[in-house]
Design a protein around this ligand. Sequence first.
Ligand SMILES: Nc1ncnc2c1ncn2[C@@H]1O[C@H](COP(=O)(O)OP(=O)(O)OP(=O)(O)O)[C@@H](O)[C@H]1O
Ligand SMILES: [Mg+2]
Length: 267
Amino acid sequence: MRERGRFNAPLRRMSQPLLETRDLTVRFGGHVAVDSVSCGFRAGELTAIVGPNGAGKTTYFNLISGQVRATAGRVLLAGQDITRAGAAERTARGIGRAFQLTNLFPDLTVLENVRLAVQARRGCGFTLLRRAADLSGLAAAARNIVTRVRLDRVETARVSELSHGDQRKLEVAMLIALDPAVYMFDEPTAGMSMDEAPRVLDLIAALQADRTRCILLVEHKLDVIRTLADRIVVLHNGRVAADGPPAEVMESDVVQEAYMGRGLDVA
Ligand SMILES: Nc1ncnc2c1ncn2[C@@H]1O[C@H](COP(=O)(O)OP(=O)(O)OP(=O)(O)O)[C@@H](O)[C@H]1O
Ligand SMILES: [Mg+2]
């Protein structure tokens, strides 16, 4: 089974951002939700995107993943313009947006869901008709990922039976199975209990250990950001209000004056 080498060669050219947005803008009626955002994200970098509610964080993700079409500006992946590509093509080219539960098969088991994602990535589509040898290879790869995200104790449970925390972990597992160049997580710990959240964050930290991918993380908890992020981009009214290393951005006037104790929780 041949795997697609979609982005491996360009990845080695570390001087070039793996993902870049240039003057990326979207207008909804009279409202500019994302306003001329220019940012480059390098392989190996985990960037936290923060900002108050309505700042444009999710919309920025939607513009990168292709769920929303830009009014102006460009999105480049490994130097190639993907602004006109649809969401499915961007996924195939390596933009990985965390799966929403609606993308999972609720009546299949954890292992079966992950196996289908491994299969999709290997270019054989979401079909169950494979040769036995292929199937055992897919099953082994899926089991490996399921163990990595520590869902092996529920691997034969149906998705509909999982706890909220385990469902979020499964979203991460599905994304790992697709092996994207760019991982995008939008509030991955939202609605999770205090003991579940660190496990999902550990998974994201483990992804960072593979310095060939870039990770974008929208997260409200400042302590999490401080621990995980290499860089923080602050969005405010759709614009970049600050961008730099965590210590610098946390101390910047814009965060101190406008965000501390307001848009972000300091939990
Ligand atoms: N499809 C849409 N049509 C019209 N307005 C939209 C659309 N999507 C987002 N918006 C508006 O764009 C702005 C940015 O929303 P967005 O969801 O990106 O914010 P956010 O930073 O993710 O906020 P939160 O922290 O609450 O998740 C908001 O004013 C929102 O109402
Ligand atoms: Mg949002």
